[in-house]
Design a protein around this ligand. Sequence first.
Ligand code: BYC
Length: 315
Amino acid sequence: MPLADLEKIFQDKIDAEVKIEPKDWMPEAYRKTNVRQISQHAHSEIIGMLPEGNWISRAPSLKRKAILIAKVQDEAGHGLYLYSAAETLGTSREQMIDDLLTGKAKYSSIFNYPTLTWADMGAVGWLVDGAAILNQVMLCRTSYGPYARAMVRICKEESFHQRQGFETLLVLSKGTDEQKAMCQDAINRWWWPSLMMFGPKDSESVNSDMSIKWKIKRKTNDELRQQFVDMIAEQVKLLGMTLPDPNLKWNAARNHYDFGEINWEEFWNVVKGNGPCNRKRMEARRKAHEEGAWVREAAMAYAEKKKTREGRKVA
Ligand code: BYC
């Protein structure tokens, strides 16, 4: 069939809200964009375990420790569903992981900031998972079937994560003066990096036009960021805390909150590998990969053995 016809069938499906499945014809650029976004998303889930993993051994009670372990374990699961979704596009897990370890693939800028106090566990859950969830609710309707289906379960788990973060901060916000100050300090440090999670301004977002046309993204970076600001500006009042932005103000004419300018220089600096924890995160990831080599080898040897045994039974 001529290429133009294949492209028309593909775009008609997208326009009619029919999901694209692994064996369907798709433009090479659609495949590549999905591999890029899904694998970067998977890497973010895996690297995202590190800032919170930092607090498992120091959680203030057994209950808090159990909750945090469950959350971090969920993030590992999310990474694995997402690697599997990307594999359906014809890339291998080894390739994706190699791209991460050699610095070719990105992961979310947010995980390059340090988690300094227990309140950071609350702020990460409330703000970071809160930002992630807005983006991911939209991705439940993304046009690539395996990605959309992975997101449904991920969103259910993320909404629990966000609530546990908010509850952690709520307890601190009703505590001693020191705990209140710790809560405010964590919000101050995580607010601006959370806004950066949504990516560059629409006018600077190189991938958005095609991704919106192909319904990989259903909302733009700025639309989601505004939705997040509107949501958090209200929720922060319940904590009796403030957001560190003197320009945050309700705008009745727009029916949205106005907010101050993001430090884009900081954002690009972190994306390029020069954030406060980029090197540390990659070192930890490389170490874990090397130390896990024997597990991968053992799993492969077991799979081979099982295949040979089953082959013998059939013979
Ligand atoms: N950080 O054209 P644009 C979680 C890059 S984890 C780093 O707008 P796009 C959690 C972008 O990749 C959830 N890089 O891109 C886990 C592009 O560069 P390339 C993470 C960023 O793809 C553990 C360039 O900038 N969520 O919840 O159309 C514990 C231009 O940008 C960032 C996802 O991964 C950034 N923040 O839109 C707790 C969601 N932003 O690739 C919580 C899935 C942009 O061309 N991803 N860049 O070299 C997406 O929805 C989209 O990829 C983005 C960016 C909205 C992030």
